[in-house]
Design a protein around this ligand. Structure first.
Ligand SMILES: [Zn+2]
Ligand SMILES: [Zn+2]
Length: 273
């Protein structure tokens, strides 16, 4: 599998980092996990497109993780000429979110159906709402889920994808918890959204301080990776976003708590497992 960090940013606007999303390519099976700002542009950079997606998985309904799902839906609809149903999996609430996205797109949908004879119906999106512990198959990829902890955001779920003997845990925003340990156990790669507590604490802004209690810090992620026996730890959704010159410092802080390989990088960083 190739795990492409298509969006390593966060809600904070960044000229160089798209919002949170990760693309997993397992042969012809392309699976998107979350759909943050700029995701379709980054999918193109990763050699994929919404029309190639076997499924999109959603960890939670925070805007930074789903704000570009409308672009995925519209681009998939147009590129497949309305002939292929888009599969979306996510926590309870995802079906209503998608239905409202399509409602918001009604003017555009009407214009395109009026203008293109081949388009005869609105985008077809099949949403499967998941409970923690559910497992299912997408293409050749087996997927298991577990509850994560990002309160007051509820429900939130993380995913473990397995293909051809390789495994990847993609868990979204969460503090350390049993669900993440389970998903990351002996994984070839564990991808964690992270913040740096020491740096965030220096930012004199009450709303920024609020993020401290519901995200994993770099140290939390390293300790989880170590406890779970994950072979690689990939950091994403970094707050505050580091410059490339700062990557060694981020890695060093994680390496104090974890012996495996630590990956941090720009958008489109690719991990092959
Ligand atoms: Zn979140
Ligand atoms: Zn987030």
């Amino acid at each position: 599998m190739d795990i492409v960090l298509t969006g390593t940013g966060s809600p904070l606007p960044d000229a160089n980092r798209a919002g949170p999303s990760t693309l997993v390519k397992a042969g012809d099976t392309h699976i998107l996990v979350d759909a943050g700002r700029g995701v379709v542009m980054r999918m193109a950079g990763a050699g994929s497109l919404p029309g190639f997606l076997t499924a999109a998985l959603i960890t939670h309904l925070h805007s930074d993780h789903v704000c570009a799902l409308n672009d995925v839906i519209t681009t998939h609809w147009v590129m497949t000429q309305g002939k292929v149903r888009l599969q979306v999996y996510g926590p309870v609430g995802t079906a209503q979110f998608v239905e409202r996205q399509i409602r918001a797109l009604e003017p555009d949908i009407g214009y395109r159906i009026a203008h293109h004879d081949v388009l005869t119906a609105p985008p077809e999106v099949q949403v499967t709402e998941l409970e923690p512990g559910d497992s299912f198959t997408v293409g050749d990829v087996s997927i298991t889920t577990a509850a994560t902890e990002h309160s007051p955001v509820k429900p939130t779920i993380g995913f473990r994808l397995e293909h051809d003997g390789a495994s990847a845990a993609l868990v979204g925003d969460t503090i350390p918890c049993a669900g993440v340990d389970e998903l990351a156990r002996d994984a070839d790669v564990y991808v964690q959204t992270v913040i740096r507590r020491d740096l965030v604490e220096m930012i004199p802004n009450e709303m920024i301080q609020d993020i401290l209690d519901y995200h994993s810090t770099v140290i939390d992620a390293a300790q989880t990776a170590s406890r779970a026996g994950a072979k690689r730890l990939a950091l994403t959704h970094m707050v505050p976003a580091p410059t490339p010159e700062q990557y060694p410092d981020w890695i060093a802080r994680a390496a104090d708590h974890y012996d495996g390989e630590i990956i941090i990088g720009d958008d489109l960083t690719t991990i092959s497992v």
